[in-house]
Design a protein around this ligand. Structure first.
Ligand code: ATP
Ligand code: MG
Length: 440
């Protein structure tokens, strides 16, 4: 992509309504535009990052055996009346009346709808376990939308729903999602801590919130530092294999959300390993048994030929919240520092003395060669000062910038700058290509 053909409305000033770094940087980098309280347009750069995150989330769901569907954003009220949540959900639910006076709503979540789909097609335990997910916009009329996309009203969520014949099998489905989440957040360049969360009336230990550390986070974090250093299960992880031990490895170290925090237990963690901190909830997994399948009568025949309510769990990831969350975790005073896996472009090209024909040709040549090698390249071909060009790429956080100027041109070298380390090296374009291929 050439910047002269792109739409990158960067801002010079930090908008005063933004109080935290990720919100400020998303506005300054031209990633989003607010259209109303908690409602955003995703501009080209922001959309690229959102899609990359979505792709990683999707790949890890698929790897764990979940199957993608796409449910609508608008739902009929009947299903929610059937589960009893229509009245309970409160003002966060956006209620709509259609032209025939039918009550509708913009889905804040999809337990009812997926349970309805399940009950219309599945009858036997032989079709289980089953896990269906979708990645769809949700609407919650949050009382205080704030921090940009982190607490929006319209937001993109991945929600998965597992169906099992009994509690033991449901626990395995839960553990699969637990491991898939660890891999997902790891690929996004994040350290996410699984924290025990409140399970409500169902009890047991099968609810975890996944929290990333950030001073501006809304959740209080109490955990054992050892947890932060545990590697994710990895992409070779066998989901039918050692799930239990993977879960135990983590749950043996203290970690809890604010509501679940037990001072006595936390005091047993050696002082030098105690983390008290703040964090951002990026995912939440939950086993809730027959909470929805019982009222909605989603029953299956078990091996004994008895009809039983299906055992369910739900598993959410805040896809759009993650864009802000990653920036909170990955930025410096110059701007965003994207992890390579989600960067909107792999490489930026900057030309110095861009009007010079030789330089223009060299810029075009570099752009063609890097693109042909499979890199997603943003070429700043504008006639702007090098300072402006460099600071734009620093602000939008591209992992690598290649600078081509008159002096290097004479010597046959380009400058290769690494955003994360701030270091730069001179080398031939061919050597740069080989280095970038080796690093990717
Ligand atoms: P929170 O406590 O932050 O309100 P929640 O418990 O209401 O979250 P869930 O219903 O479990 O959230 O939704 C799953 C995920 O969706 C959350 O972990 C979070 O990452 C994301 N999410 C929830 N509410 C919002 C929002 N208003 N804006 C952006 N993302 C959100
Ligand atoms: Mg909420």
């Amino acid at each position: 992509m050439k910047l002269s053909n792109y739409f990158l409305p960067v801002l010079k000033e930090t908008p005063s309504e933004a109080t935290i770094a990720s919100h400020q940087l998303m506005l300054r980098a031209g990633m989003v535009r607010q259209n109303g309280a908690g409602i955003y347009t995703w501009l080209p750069l922001g959309l690229k990052v959102l899609r990359k995150i979505e792709t990683i989330v999707r790949e890890e769901m698929n790897r764990a055996g979940a199957v993608e569907v796409l449910m609508p954003t608008i739902q009929p009220a009947e299903l929610w009346q059937e589960s009893g949540r229509y009245d309970d959900y409160g003002k966060e639910m956006l209620r709509i009346v259609d032209r025939h006076d039918r009550d509708m709503l913009y889905g804040p979540t999809n337990e009812e709808m997926i349970t309805d789909i399940f009950r219309s097609f599945v009858r036997s335990y032989k079709q289980l376990p089953m896990n269906l997910y979708h990645i769809q916009w949700k609407f919650r009329d949050e009382i205080r939308p704030r921090f940009g996309v982190m607490r929006g009203r319209e937001f993109l969520m991945k929600d998965a729903y597992s169906f099992d014949v009994d509690a033991e099998s449901a626990r395995r489905s839960y553990q699969k999602m637990f491991c898939a989440y660890l891999n997902t957040f790891d690929r996004l360049g994040l350290t996410a801590i699984p924290m025990k969360a409140d399970t409500g009336p169902i009890g047991g230990d099968l609810s975890h919130e996944f929290i990333i550390l950030a001073d501006t986070g809304e959740s209080a974090v109490f955990c054992d530092k050892t947890l932060l250093d545990l590697p994710a299960p990895g992409l070779d992880f066998d989901f039918d294999g050692d799930l239990e031990s993977e879960l135990q490895k983590r749950t043996q170290y203290y970690a809890a959300t604010e509501e679940m925090h037990d001072e006595e237990e936390f005091a047993k963690v050696p002082t030098d390993r105690q983390v008290s901190a703040r964090g951002i909830e990026v995912g939440h997994i939950f086993y809730f048994g027959d909470k929805y399948s019982a009222p909605l009568k989603a029953e299956i025949m078990n091996a004994e030929g008895k009809s039983v309510p299906v055992q369910m769990g739900s598993y959410g990831v805040g896809v759009s919240r993650l864009v802000g969350g990653i920036i909170e975790a990955c930025h410096d005073d110059k701007g965003i520092v994207w992890p390579k896996s989600v960067a909107p472009f792999d490489i930026g090209i900057v030309t110095i003395k861009a009007k010079d024909e030789k330089i223009q040709a060299a810029g075009q040549d570099a752009y063609d060669k890097l693109s042909a090698a499979g890199f997603d390249v943003l070429y700043d071909d504008r006639d702007a000062s090098p300072g402006v060009k460099f600071s734009t790429f620093e602000l939008i956080g591209l992992p690598t910038v290649i600078a081509i100027g008159p002096k290097g041109f004479e010597d046959g070298v380009v400058e290769v700058k690494d955003r994360a380390t701030g270091t730069s090296e001179e080398m031939s374009l061919e050597a740069a290509l080989e280095k970038l291929k080796a690093d990717s």
